[in-house]
Ligand binder design. Structure first.
Ligand SMILES: C[S@@+](CC[C@H](N)C(=O)[O-])C[C@H]1O[C@@H](n2cnc3c(N)ncnc32)[C@H](O)[C@@H]1O
Length: 341
């Protein structure tokens, strides 16, 4: 996932970088989280790019090997390390799959790789990841079984042919990374980490045995919640339900959690108070929106994107209140909610 400039290293202005370096750079919170998790004496970062992840490793590890096949990229990473005053990274120019490179990093306790993906791909697949993960594993396993590799978080996990912990990471409510932790690095089957809160959710024995289904209800309580997309992607809805004492509202494809009393959790992106429920026909919805003193209405219904603003303006033309309401609709039912600050 391309990094936003604001999420990068705080000293980014001092560094020499191209647009491409920035596009693929690891956000500092992600780099620091991974570096803490992979703390050891000697680590190798294969495909280090402009070096953002390697710089975080350098804080936690005694020695870091940073391997990169792009000569100019490696030179920029080297220069940036100098500007940041980092002295414990050994930079190696070469192909991570090359035997000569392998020999140079063979005292690594842990090997990490954040491979290249094609920027213009519609859907992510294993075949376009570079270096090829299977070949990489074969090469790395000669040195250590403790391997961590990043995959595009959208990838279908059945397509990942290695046993490891799948850690889905979210920053500011958005799904950002999937890292696979293999060998002794595997602590759980699947986990979610939410940054900046550093909140962790993982598969437990109870949720594994209850076939990973969250508690389902047909009726909403006083509050409803949007679930962090990393939790949904990781398939940890049952864990979330158990951890927060909330239930999953049966509403077709959309995932909305609900509870009687207000529950605060970093795994919910947005919390709403339920104001009204009515049939999802136009008159009933307008009447309820007016009763709720709505001034604007965000639609969370199955409307074709090109019709969204026409439908929304039609509602809003009949409203003269001040409240910002969100409208969910499913199975002939409309739910009017407002965000809890
Ligand atoms: C996504 S970027 C890494 C970004 C880096 N983690 C950061 O935080 O700045 C992937 C890098 O892997 C490099 N790469 C791809 N295949 C490689 C290979 N076989 N050997 C070495 N480097 C490779 C690419 O040139 C690219 O710079």
């Amino acid at each position: 996932m391309p990094a936003k400039k604001g999420l990068l290293h705080p000293l980014v202005k001092r560094l020499t970088l191209t647009e491409e370096d920035i596009r693929w750079a690891t956000p500092i919170s992600v780099a620091e989280h991974r570096a803490k998790r992979l703390r050891c004496k000697v680590i190798a970062d294969l495909g280090c790019g402009a070096g953002f992840q390697a710089f975080a490793f350098a804080k936690q590890c005694k020695k870091v090997y940073a391997v990169e096949k792009g000569r100019e990229k490696l030179d920029r990473a080297k220069e940036n390390a100098r500007r940041l005053g980092i002295t414990n990274i050994i930079f190696i120019h070469g192909d991570a799959l090359d035997e000569h490179v392998r020999e140079k990093v063979d005292d690594s306790e842990i090997i990490f790789c954040d491979p290249s993906r094609l920027p213009e791909e519609q859907s992510r697949s294993m075949s376009t990841i570079q270096p090829d993960p299977k070949q990489l594993f074969n090469v790395c396993q000669v040195i250590t079984k403790d391997i961590a590799i990043e995959f595009p978080p959208q990838i279908r996990t059945e397509n990942i042919p290695f046993n490891g912990e799948k850690e889905y990471l979210s920053i500011q409510g958005k799904l950002n990374r999937l890292t696979l932790y293999c060998g002794g690095l595997k602590k759980n089957e699947t986990s979610v980490i939410v940054l900046p809160e550093q909140a962790v959710l993982f598969t437990t024995e109870t949720t594994k045995s209850s076939l990973s289904k969250p508690r389902l209800v047909n009726e909403q309580g006083q509050f409803v919640y949007d679930v962090n997309p990393a939790v949904t992607k990781a398939g940890l809805l049952a864990e979330l339900s158990e951890k927060t004492g909330t239930a999953c509202l049966c509403m077709g494809k959309r995932t909305l959690f609900t509870s009687k009393n207000l529950v605060e959790s970093p795994f919910f992106c947005c919390t709403y108070r339920v104001l009204a429920v009515c049939p999802s026909n136009n008159d009933a919805v307008i009447s309820k929106l007016q009763e709720c003193h709505a001034g604007s209405v965000t639609l969370r219904c199955t409307i074709p994107p090109e019709e969204y603003w026409t439908v929304r303006r039609k509602y809003e033309a009949q409203l003269n209140g001040t409240k910002r309401i969100t409208l969910f609709e499913w199975d002939g039912k409309a739910l009017l909610v407002e965000k809890v600050a």
